[in-house]
Design a protein around this ligand. Sequence first.
Ligand code: MTE
Length: 321
Amino acid sequence: MRKTIYTDPSIQSSEITPEPVFLNRRHLMKSAGGLASAAIASSMAPAKASTEALVYAPAGDRSLEDQLTPFKAVTSYNNFYEFGTDKDDPARYAESMTIDPWSVKVGGLVNQPGQLHLEDLLTGFDLEERIYRFRCVEAWSMVVPWVGFPLSDLLRRFEPKSEGRFVEFKTLYRRSEMRGTRSFTGVIDWPYVEGLRLDEAMHPLAFIAVGLYGKTLPHQNGAPVRLVVPWKYGFKSIKSIVEINVTEAQPRTSWQTLQPAEYGFYANVNPDVDHPRWSQGFERKLPSSVFRPNRVRTLPFNGYADQVADLYAGMDLRRDY
Ligand code: MTE
């Protein structure tokens, strides 16, 4: 069912302290009846896609609510190499990526291969909000209120075959709109590729995000659809996805190809295994500065060990890092 959603043009992505807005929005959602299925507003659309509101059920994971990273930090300190390698490059340049129209093709070892347009993706799934810790291998971390739906909901719709063991994801590769793919040719073999084992992908914590802080995803955070794998390092959380394939063989990810000695396929947050060039025992919770480093100890599986450790029973996580 398609719904037209209100928008609030007073909410701009440049807001510095977003939490009151965010809480206020939740209140509005509640008074609007707490709708579950969602679509991006069309008739009242404001100028920028990222300021459009999503309607979603304010569901689980609320225990982290008081630790939210400010919107400004979530959207201005990013990794999205397609737009450059500096942390502020994505916020400056990702707007050049056209995200409408957008579709995601799902194929490989599935019974129902096909292509979903973004609208179908937004109307076909019940959106919910989940607050997840997010940890980058470079030792910074955030707590983000994402809006989206479990990856398993998407995969089930395409019916993975029993021989399927892995899932491969690909980002859009459009040189004309992605300045980083022009200047860094040879560094990453574009398109950006990530992968999960199928059972990891079906785990209820693995999430397809289409928004954050109640709004559609800003370009720099991987608009219009990205993956969030809360128990793994951020590089697993591939942005701006256009293709998903269920495979029998383990996909070769961009980071493994680039630096096999530094980045393994599994990428589970493991404070006991240092990155060859820096410690993984601590993290800087954003926002952080020289005067206020906000340094905290890193937890195994990024704090989600109770939920996910079973997936790796019997594996040597020092070898399969
Ligand atoms: N996805 C694509 N397509 N390109 C990238 O360079 N960087 C990854 C991940 N997804 C990246 C990507 C890394 S290293 C991190 S830490 C996260 O995105 C950062 O997500 P954020 O900018 O939303 O915090």
